[in-house]
Design a binder for this molecule. Sequence first.
Ligand code: HEM
Length: 436
Amino acid sequence: MGAVDQATTGDHLERYDAALARDPMSAFALVREWMRTDWRAFFAQLRDRRPIFVTPAFTVVTRFADVTEVLSREEVFTVRAFGPRLEAALGGPFMLSRDATPMNWREKGLMQVMLAPQDAAGVRGFAGRVADKALDAASRRGHIEAVHELFRHVALRVCAEYFGFPGPAPEVLSRWTRAVITDGFANFQGDPAIQAASVRAGEEMIGYLRRLLAERRAELQAGRVPVPDDVLTRLIRTTLPSGVEVADERILINMAGLPLGFVESGPGAMVEAVEQLMLRPRVLAEAVEAATAPDPARFDSYVWEALRFSPFFKLLPRVCERDHVLAAGTPRRTVIPAGTFVLAAPASAMFDADVVEEPDDFRLDRPGHLGLYFGHGHHACLGVHPARAVICEVVRRLLVRPGVRMLPPPDGAIVRDHGIFPDRFVLAIGAQGKDA
Ligand code: HEM
């Protein structure tokens, strides 16, 4: 089963070369458009013919070995592409805004302790219960707008209960994450209005967290019972020896990073997984059968393979800080000059036939280490354990519902903000599912 949902548009590279000779701006526009709408066919050509695709504006890296090289060399390929935007919003450095600093080492470690992998089962159960409640209500109506009524709804509840960061209201937290992440990852033209909205949202978020931290600390000092075992409480109760203690400002920034990491990418991944499964009716039927098995692992492998066909993070941007020989010792060897804007493409790497057998087939036996859904190397996702659990469980609870299905467009079309962040995905649900 191959690229069932994407049209192919002939020889991309010939069209690119012709456009570049005629009008470089139009060549740049073509590449951006293909990366958005026809990326599977475009990347297939690049992997085959120009695996390190150098353009006057940026360089796209498409093979698995080279993508992981870029993401593993944080001192060469840095997050300066988006780091300053995140810092402007957060008012200070954050692990995803810097590379290879003592702060990266220390705060990633600290936050890995706070997001204990053994929490994932409990978070999964919680997410499933919240999802079921939303699905019960939707089943009575016959349809669900899955992005807001289910995927974001669950993600925001997880932020409230597990992170201890409910926001003044879920809609407010939702608005903050969208504003900051849009500026960091979708404001390609540097629109000052988007930047200002992000800075405003970041200030509101940090201000809110500062009050929340003070309140929670006061409650803990007053002996509040029961004490919520959420990430905020864990951070407040953590005492490290003098010289390596955690300042409150660092708690605030790391708390802010949790919904920023989750509320856009979690629902984004759920939309992609559900769409990819629904585009393959035979696979979907098998997945639904697996969804009722006592061990969730088999069902989860359908979700990950579906996401391989459309990972939420298709490209990870980096800036090359010094001349670097990429893919040294291979026929792809390319000197990447300092200052190059580099796009490492996990979406392409996961179709590299050098490491993924029969990449166009939907198969459940893909080795886990080839999945780049959560990045790789220095900046590999902090939230991978709870995120995996929530994504799989919410998709599972949705798919086991009788009568759940996609609607034909325009009703069923997935609507995305800035072409990236899903905002609308209406599905029919229940025996009386809405058909038009
Ligand atoms: C509990 C939910 C989540 C949290 C708290 C979270 C948090 C984070 C943080 C803090 C980082 C930066 C790590 C560093 O710089 O060392 C990160 C990286 C990343 N996360 Fe997550 N995340 C979550 C969910 C997700 C989901 C659902 C996806 C996609 C399916 C995702 C994909 C990524 C990717 C691709 C990176 C690497 C970015 C890069 O290298 O530029 N995350 N995450």
